[in-house]
Design a protein around this ligand. Structure first.
Ligand code: UDP
Ligand code: MG
Length: 311
């Protein structure tokens, strides 16, 4: 007998949880044939609504339902880590509570695990129902990420992924504070099968992502999985040194040949302001990495749980 743990990060999902549970139970009937038991592990990521109560109500009628409750909102990354750590079963899968990760794919996903894959990941082939501006920037981000990082990060990849214990343990062995799970999944390697599916709208409730939140998340991803911005800022520095050198020669020669009178205050100040901007930009990039290193060194826990709400 093997066991599957379904990990569900939840932030303010009281309406979505019962819908999710019903659909999940319906779609996991096939597990019995496989001789696999089911465990549903909700992670309450500092919800301020009735999320805890909703999970408790499910637990009262179904003891396979469990909950880990955080002391405050630590973010989905921390919630996924907590879930994977607590799962401790042969298979684990991460799913959103809003049914945007269709549980109906699970049966197909299992067939690939049985074929010998270590993880089965999912990817949205379209972004229907999403604001166009958000899709546009998301696409740009994945393009940029592919250029900047050696770790493969798929466009449209979801966190919805079925994993074997070996894969989960590898993901858990990366204990970094600045977690970017999409990158970590790629970094650990192993054989991964990708499944495409059409985007579905949220079952209930509303998205927890603001546009600004996504921008911050992207920067997190870039600094966590690439040091190329540092190289780029060094290259910018080298380029301007070279340019300055050429200009010095030009000015000295012109002075000697033509006897140049003092001129060009406007162009001088423009160049100075421009270069000051470039310098701040590069210092900013450096600062990003130092800040990340600072947070890593502090070695704070990724999350804290509120024991009275865990079962
Ligand atoms: N989520 C979370 N913590 C957060 C934000 C989101 O656990 O700080 C959960 C949320 O409850 C949901 C999943 O992460 O189950 C995906 O969030 P959402 O549906 O808002 O993102 P979207 O699908 O719009 O990208
Ligand atoms: Mg969603």
């Amino acid at each position: 007998m093997s066991e599957l743990t379904v990990i569900v990060p939840c932030k303010n999902e009281e309406e979505a949880i019962p819908l999710f549970y019903d659909e999940l139970i319906k779609q996991t009937a096939f597990l019995e044939k496989r001789n696999t038991s089911l465990k549903v592990l909700f992670i309450d990521d500092g919800s301020t609504d009735g999320t805890v109560a909703a999970v408790r109500a499910l637990n009262e009628k179904d003891e396979r339902v469990h909950l880990i409750s955080f002391s405050r909102n630590f973010g989905k990354e921390a919630a996924m880590y907590a879930g994977l750590k607590a799962a401790d079963s042969d298979y684990a899968v991460i799913m959103d509570a809003d049914l945007q990760d269709p549980p109906s794919l699970l049966e197909e996903m299992f067939t690939y695990l049985d074929e010998g894959y270590d993880s089965v990941a999912t990817r949205r082939v379209n972004r229907k129902g999403e604001p166009p501006i958000r899709s546009f920037f998301a696409r740009r981000f994945y393009k940029l990420m592919r250029k900047l990082s050696d770790t493969e990060i798929m466009d449209g990849a979801r966190d919805y992924r079925l994993m074997t214990k070996q894969f989960v343990d590898s993901v858990l062995s990366m204990t970094e504070y600045n977690r970017f799970t999409k990158g970590i999944f790629g970094w650990v390697g192993f054989k991964t099968k990708w499944i495409d599916f059409e985007n579905v709208d949220r079952s209930a409730g509303k998205t927890k992502w603001s546009f600004w939140g996504l921008v911050k998340y992207s920067l997190e991803g870039i600094t966590a999985f690439s040091t190329k911005p540092l190289v780029i800022s060094s290259l910018i520095g080298i380029f301007f040194c070279f340019l300055a050198f050429v200009m010095i020669i030009f000015i000295v020669v012109r002075r000697l040949v033509f006897g140049d009178p003092v001129a060009g205050w406007a162009s001088l100040i423009t160049v100075m302001i421009f270069l000051a901007g470039v310098q701040f930009f590069c210092t900013g990039i450096l600062g990003q990495y130092i800040a990340k290193a600072y947070l890593e060194v502090k070695n704070r826990p990724l999350y804290l749980t509120d024991e009275k709400n865990c079962f």
